[in-house]
Design a protein around this ligand. Structure first.
Ligand SMILES: O=P(O)(O)OC[C@H]1O[C@](O)(CO)[C@@H](O)[C@@H]1O
Length: 388
């Protein structure tokens, strides 16, 4: 597999640089507005913000609970400017440090409190979710293939509803031309071939994204594609809106308590599947590690081995799957994902510079628009790599 330059945030005018210089200050403002943190937490967050744009990577504190782990992950980077670290690494360290700054890891008022919960909860309780729940009633009238397509599409475009992304971008409807690569026929054919197996789903964001993900999981059970689904979430708050176990439970409850029969029935089935072990919610410290999935630890690799398919949701999982590099966009997706221990399907809207698997015509069409099409979140891909 040829290699490509690793993305860094010290390139003037780059998307990665704008994440640190524009998005993070706005994110920090919203986080500090959402909960009544004390002066010590507020000052620590501001120090982090300043360090991340003008300072150097300070090693973890002597008493940090995971100091040894981070010292190893950051070997060769400590003391260097943040922008010299790989973008993926630096963002992951930023979210870790943000939790540290607000007291998430220390005994005290804020220990274990999700700083992003106010945003996630508001979104889950909102009218847009009411509409999504009501729309589930129409699905029963669809022919099976149409229902497959509708539910896959909801899970895909649900990734547009990322809270971090919503901070600086306009939302809007999608059109067919926004879907830049569509392996959905291959995906359903593979699911029909491997009926009744174990499917892994790597969740991305909570609330409006997790809802259609859970509905898709229910559909995979009811159409006989899976007898078991392992849903992987983050072990702690991460990248603003990433789903944790608490978010899964809140979303299942939102479905269960929906006023419409179709949504409530899905919620009840998921609740039952959780209780029977057909659906498991799993996590692993590696999901908050600053590394691509090429570095999967042996225990996690063993969990994916033997799955009929692993579905990866969202931009961050895509970056970790193919590597956070400036690939030529026509690099075959299957070449980039072949190393993964199971067949994979990526459902991702494009919110960062990484992309593989596009046709030369598609790239030429997008480049002619002279828009930052890789990062606006307007475009999406459904890409599949089978492991034979
Ligand atoms: O929620 P998603 O789809 O993983 O997107 C997260 C994306 O948001 C960013 O953090 C930018 O805000 C990207 O760097 C990242 O890949």
């Amino acid at each position: 597999m040829p290699t490509a330059p690793v993305i860094r945030s010290d390139v003037p005018g780059s998307f990665a640089r704008s994440v640190f210089h524009e998005r993070h200050p706005e994110l920090v403002r919203q986080v500090l507005d959402a909960l009544p943190y004390g002066p010590a937490e507020r000052a620590a967050v501001q120090r982090l913000l300043a360090e991340s744009v003008t300072g150097v990577l300070e090693p973890p504190a002597e008493d940090a609970h995971d100091r040894a782990q981070w010292l190893a992950w950051g070997e060769g980077l400590w003391g260097r400017p943040w922008g010299e670290a790989p973008f993926l690494w630096a963002e992951s360290w930023f979210y870790h440090r943000l939790l540290d700054a607000i007291g998430y890891f220390r005994p005290g008022t804020w220990q274990g409190i999700d700083p992003f919960a106010p945003f996630k909860n508001a979104e889950l309780a909102g009218a847009a979710v009411d509409d999504e729940l009501a729309a589930l009633s129409d699905l029963d009238d669809l022919a099976p293939a149409r229902r497959d397509a509708a539910l896959l599409s909801s899970a895909l475009w649900g990734n547009r509803a990322d809270l971090s992304f919503a901070m600086t971008s306009e939302q809007g409807g999608s059109t067919d031309s926004d879907l830049l690569a569509d392996d959905s026929a291959l995906l359903w054919a593979e699911l029909d071939r491997t009926r009744g197996g174990r499917i892994c789903v790597l969740a991305d964001n909570a609330a409006r994204e997790l809802l259609p993900d859970l509905v898709l999981i229910d559909h995979l059970f009811t159409r006989g594609s899976a007898t078991r689904v392992d849903l992987y979430v983050k072990p702690r708050p991460y990248f603003v809106s990433d789903a944790t176990t608490a978010d899964v439970l809140a979303t299942v409850e939102r479905l269960r308590s929906a006023p419409t029969d179709a949504a409530a029935a899905i919620g009840r089935r998921l609740w039952h599947a959780l209780g029977s072990g057909e659906l498991t919610v799993r996590t692993h410290p590696f999901f908050c590690a600053p590394l691509p999935f090429h570095d999967l630890p042996a225990d996690l690799r063993a969990e994916f081995t033997g799955a009929t398919l692993t579905v990866l949701k969202g931009d961050l999982n895509y970056r970790r799957l193919v590597g956070d590099r400036l690939w030529p966009p026509t690099t075959p997706f299957a070449d980039a994902a072949r190393y993964f221990p199971s067949s994979v399907a990526a459902l991702r809207t494009l919110k960062s510079d990484v992309i593989t698997g596009l046709s030369p015509t598609t790239v030429a069409r997008l480049d002619r628009t002279h828009t930052p099409w890789r990062t606006t979140g307007r475009h999406a891909v459904i890409q599949v790599a089978l492991r034979n």
